[in-house]
Design a protein. Sequence first.
Lengths: 280, 351
Amino acid sequence: MENPYLPYPVRIDDIQIATEDKSLKTFKFVFLNEEDEENFSYNAGQFAEVSIPGKGEIPIGIASSPVEKGFVMFTVFRAGAVTSHLHNMKVGDVMGIRGPLGNWYPWEMLEGKNILIVGGGFAFTTLRSSIIYMLDPANRSKFGNIDVVYGARTPGMLLYKDELVEWEKRDDINMHLTIDSPAEGWDYNVGFTPPVTELKAPKGDADTFAIVCGPPIMIKFTLPVLEKLGYSHDHIIMSLENRMKCGIGMCGRCNIGKELVCKDGPVFTLAELNKTPKEY
Amino acid sequence: MKVIKIDKKDWAGGLERSRNTYKLIGPVKEKDKDISSFKPLGKDMLPDLDVMATSVSPKSIVFPQEEVMLTYTTDESKEDCNLFKSHDKDYSPRAVIGIRPFDAAAFLLVKKNFDTPDYRDPYWCDAYEACTFIGLAINNPDSLDFSPSTKTGPFDTSGLDVLLVETEDSYLAQVVTEKGEAYLNAAGWENEAGNGVDKQIGDMKKAAETKITSSISYDKIKSKEILDLYNADFWDQASFACINCGTCTYVCPTCWCFDIQDETRGKKGIRTKAWDSCMFPLFTIHTTGHNPRGTKLQRVRQRFMHKLKYFMDKYDDGIMCVGCGRCIRSCPVNIDIRSICETMNNYEPAK
């Protein structure tokens, strides 16, 4: 069996500044060995350990989508030692990726359902992966209506702007973009994500699921809104973050009760989270 | 069960013969100190078999306090610059002489963490599989031994390949596995004990178990809700004295939490796995500064909930404790897992 601690070697193929404050960058990696790409086959919602020799590893959600081939993409916020180092690396540099890790949004169960996606700030990475996956011609017919509420402080802080604009033009996905306060040239919603969700999101029912990913404050105010809209707790799907090292359920730090966020998660329904200690 | 009688006069000789096939590891007392641990037995070294429970558990035999997992170089003139490589290790056969039954049983609990259907930790598993466990029954348990109530006990063979039972002039070696038999052959110990040996061992086992007065009850924990126990009012009291030194987790044979760190010297580097502890705030702190277990109460609760409730719910196989008593003996503020377990077991949430 493979050594689960040994990262696949990758080369940085592209780096894009993702937000106007330059605190986020999007990295595209290609595998040095072709067969590793196949071994790395993943589902939307999973994460990986981004691994830099001498600096360490960090768990980051995979922003590329299973239907995009030839690379894997991560959008990374500059926060600690590893991410600060990564932000200073160059195209062509070699490092490692270990994964894919964790569970994913329950795509099989979601087939035939309407999907509401609620995202805030830079927690939009695995949501992007999910949208690209659902919009893929091979997959779009598997899902009902798709609604996306995505908010950021300013237009310049929205991730993947080109794609957002493209999705706005499509008729098979309902986009509800919002920023905190009015800005010149902004033709979409204004206001925080929770109230915009209340106004624009479809009502909850047995065939509609919400996937929510964002900063704690957004989650806190969005959950009551979803309840009000009629979403039951087992129809609200969330993705957690915790400090991690191994990513394979062994090192013991990311648990919430008996569940390990790295291996049993990061994706849980609100109904599942209701039964666990709030240690995240 | 096959029992070989080893004359004490041939003890050192047999160990020596077995060195042709095995590296030997055993309990060693520090000179002039009241500290003991399992160490490789160098030439002419014999295991200190009168040590009851070593100060730190023998978990380091398969889970060293720090071990190299991967290596790398950051030298750009090298072709393999920034590529991680597996670190080759010696997993040749080794025999662990004189391990106590509860310590060997602890490996079976920890194995559930490192050898799973999804992932296999090669460092832990390879080292574990390289070991042959030649255990030593406990004839005179100490006052802190509560191993029988954790599904092991002074003569438990569950984690062993051979169980040695010490009599006045011999060791009766009960063969538990083929691995164990192979070791006895390598040591050249072949004389089968005569009739009546099973009864003799049985009587000694009973005598040892009768001497144990300490116990732990967890029969009612399974039916309680995690959140009821988690939100119980006794954690404040239970954690009050704790100074978060982490000693309990370091001496424990079943604590398995670890950290991963890179260390670079010049341009050569290693990625290591090292013991960590749920008692330390840094264990769980996020880069943002947010800490899900930022208070002492939360960390003490985590340790006991993990051992006595989460483990039980996850694996449905008892608690993550073998009753060795080390954490009780080593705790500087006298926190006692037995009384906390009892409090949990008897806890009834307010309706």
